[in-house]
Every structure is written in C-alpha cells, then in structure tokens.
Design a protein around this ligand. Structure first.
Ligand code: NIG
Ligand code: FE
Length: 416
C-alpha cells in the first residue's frame, strides 16, 4: 500500500509558484497559503492547500499526518547551484595574507591559492574526501539546502578528477540531499602540466571527458575564464568539444575580467557564474538569452570585493540565481541563506527575488524542473523556519535557521 502523508499545518506555506523565471519580482507576487499543508506521495507533492481541508479530503487513504505543533513557515528546499565542497586542506593562511593586504598573485607565490588545495586534495584518500564532502553537505542540508551542485577541479589530472567525481557520486548515494556533479578540470592549468593551457584543455577533451561519459559521472562541464586561468578563445574551443560530446555547459565568468558572459550566450550555456565585473552590453545579451546569471556573494565576502550587480541584472530582465561558491579559497563560509540576505540588502533585492534565486531559479540553472516550487508533481523538499512571518527569514540575515527540513517528504532535520 502506497502511503500518503500530509505535512502541516504551516502558519505560512510560501509556494514560490507563478513567479516568472526571468526579471524583477515584487513581494506581492509571492503566493502564501495560510495554515498550509502539503500532501506527499512517493517523495512528490500531490497537493498543497489549507491543512484542515487536505486532512478532510485525504482522510480515507491511509494517510499519515506529519503534524507540526509549533509556528512554522515553509519554503521550498533551497538549491545551491554552485559549490566546490569536495576538497581537502585549509586556506586559512591565504585568508590571513589577504587580510594583511597581499594580492592574489602574491598569495599563490607564497604557496597558497588553488595550487595549494590541489596538492592537498590529490594527497587525500577517497574515504577522507567522502567524509569531508558528507560533513559539508549535511551542514547545508541542516540549513535547508536540499540540492547542491558540487564541482570537481581540485586535482586537475585525469586520475584525480575522476576520483573527485566518483566521490561526489558515492556520497550522493549515501545522504539525503541531492548532489549534482560538475567537471571543473578546466579550473586552472596545474603547475605540473608541461605545455600551454590549450594543450591542457586538449588533454582533458581526449582523456578525461570520454571517461566521464563512459562512467556517467557528470553531464556538466565548467571552465574558469580569467587572468591566470583560461582565455575566452581557449574556453570556446574546449566548450565546443564538450558540447559536441553532449555535455551541458557552465562558465565561471566575469569575476575579474569580462568575456565569459558573451561566450555563455554564444554557446547557450546553462549558466554563467560570478559576474562581479559584468558590463552593460553583456547584461543586455544575457537578458535576451536563456542563460541563468548565478551570482556568488560568498566570494565577494571571502575576497573583500564588491558584489555582482544583481539589481541591474534583474531590472534588465535576466534570470538571477544565487550560489554559495563554497570553496576553501574565495568563499570558505558556506552559508547560502546568510549570503543571500547580505546580497539582498546591499543590492536592494526584494525578498521575492532573493528567495526565487535560491529556489526555482537556482534549480533551472541546474536544468532541474522538478524542484524549487511547492506544487503538484514537484519534489516534496521543504525548509521549515520557526516563525509565523516569512519576512523573518531574510530579516534575520541568516541567523534564523530551519527547525525542520524535509527531503522528498522525509523529515531529515530536527533542531528544537
Ligand atoms: O569560484 N574563481 C575561481 N574558482 C573559485 C575559487 C577557487 C579557490 O580559490 O580555491 C571561485 O571563486
Ligand atoms: Fe566557483
């Protein structure tokens, strides 16, 4: 007998339904069901509505009631569309040097930077990496994030990148949060690769990508375009190969130098991520495209630099999602909600825009159309906050944590 469950009552159920994928949103567009409930069957939402009415309607169907006896507001489980949480080691030294005024280059030259994490991650065992990734993913889940994109990119050789993608796949099978893997072997050219950056990219295309396809380890390919990483032209050649092989494309673009957004539009990438340096022409092209703009306030907070122009992107009609960029170098904090709240107050984003950016708009950046909205046929992923007013969530700037988190209808987190 297939069991049906009703979760509720929530003082407010914020469905995030009927909000457009692109452009600005007013808080008055938020659909709020008072005393709301969610009917779940086999991990998916069957119906949302008034809790008491749902209990009456489903009374004959061996229905279990997951009753909430405290004030709670539910939103869709959050989606973090950009992380690098599969790494070993710490870059606290980088951070202290940054606070002492050292530049990115000086830090890299004194043994820090991405190269340092590559050395430590290559040396880590599969078991160690699985445990580190699990710990970070569970921390996210407890904070209401029920889907997490995770990039490789800290081994930068065929064997090591496969190890990282295997680790992400293994952990995905053991925990109650969905991990979406992305290959970021094109993060930077590793120090021990002899040859030009284009040779390194060619070696990935020839050796690594076919193996990823064969073992179905990921269907997403990312590249970092910037000074010290790869040029737009190098990235174009690489991504065209990846696209021909059937991969979805993602670009780390416009963090310090421009060009990544234009390439993302040209190649119809799923998203372009960072955008701190994006210019008006690029914003115009992004708004006319289906590319999702992912902004990463955690990187601005970790590096001590300005935020991506989220307000401008929204006003131009772009689809804006927000990721944590959780990584050991530029974004060590890893608190998506806190970062979203801080970005919102600086960029003057409405609460609706901020919440859209970490729910259904973020899901679309991962090409997922089954989550991020509380409605029929969508996954029953919910974050429940101990309050009676949804505005308290962002108002508390990340300090109000969920007291319950449901993944596919199962309560996976209780903090009383
Ligand atoms: O998204 N910008 C490139 N890559 C990462 C930083 C990685 C690191 O410093 O370890 C980012 O910010
Ligand atoms: Fe990143």
């Amino acid at each position: 007998m297939i069991k049906t469950k009703i979760i509720g009552p929530f003082v407010q159920l914020l469905t995030m339904d009927n909000i457009p994928l692109k452009g600005s949103v007013n808080d008055s567009q938020l659909e709020i069901i008072p005393n709301g409930g969610v009917v779940v069957c086999e991990g998916k939402i069957v119906k949302t509505g008034n809790f008491e009415q749902l209990c009456y309607e489903f009374r004959d169907q061996h229905t279990i009631i997951d009753r909430i006896d405290k004030d709670m507001v539910a939103i869709p489980g959050m989606v973090d569309p950009h992380t690098h949480i599969c790494w070993a080691g710490s870059r606290a030294m980088d951070y202290s040097l940054r606070l002492a005024g050292k530049s990115y280059l000086e830090i890299a030259q004194s043994g820090g930077g991405i190269g340092d994490t590559v050395t430590k991650t290559r040396a880590a065992t599969i078991a160690e990496l699985e445990s580190l990734l699990t710990e970070r993913a569970i921390a996210h889940l407890n904070n209401g994030v029920t889907t997490i994109e995770v990039k490789s990119g800290y081994c930068l050789n065929t064997e090591g990148e496969l190890k990282l993608l295997e680790v992400i796949g293994n952990v995905n099978k053991t925990i109650r949060v969905d991990l979406i893997s992305t290959c970021l072997a094109a993060h930077i050219k590793p120090n021990d690769f002899e040859g030009k950056p284009s040779d390194y990219l060619e070696s990935i295309v020839n050796e690594l990508l076919p193996e990823i396809k064969k073992r179905t380890l990921s269907n997403r390919i990312d590249i970092y375009i910037d000074n010290g990483a790869f040029t737009v032209n190098e990235a174009r050649v690489y991504l065209k190969h990846a696209k021909k092989m059937g991969f979805d494309l993602v670009i780390h673009g416009d963090q310090f130098t421009i060009g990544g957004s234009l390439l993302a539009c040209e190649l119809e990438a799923l998203s372009v991520d960072h955008l701190e340096a994006v210019n008006d022409l690029e914003i115009k092209l992004l708004s006319a495209s289906n590319v999702i703009s992912i902004v990463l306030p955690g990187a601005s907070l970790g590096l001590g630099c300005g935020f991506a122009p989220a307000r401008k992107l929204l006003d131009a009609g772009c689809s804006l999602a927000i990721g944590s960029d959780w990584n050991p170098g530029s974004a060590p904090m890893g608190d998506l909600l806190l970062q979203t709240a801080i970005l919102g107050i600086f960029e003057k984003m409405t609460m609706a825009e901020s919440l859209a950016g970490i729910t259904f708009r973020a899901a679309r950046a991962l090409d997922l159309t089954d989550r991020g909205i509380l409605k029929e046929r969508f996954l029953a992923d919910l974050a429940g906050f101990p309050t009676s007013d949804y505005r308290e969530i962002l108002y508390n700037q990340g300090s109000l944590k969920p007291s319950a988190v449901w993944k596919k209808g199962e309560n996976v987190r209780v903090r009383i």
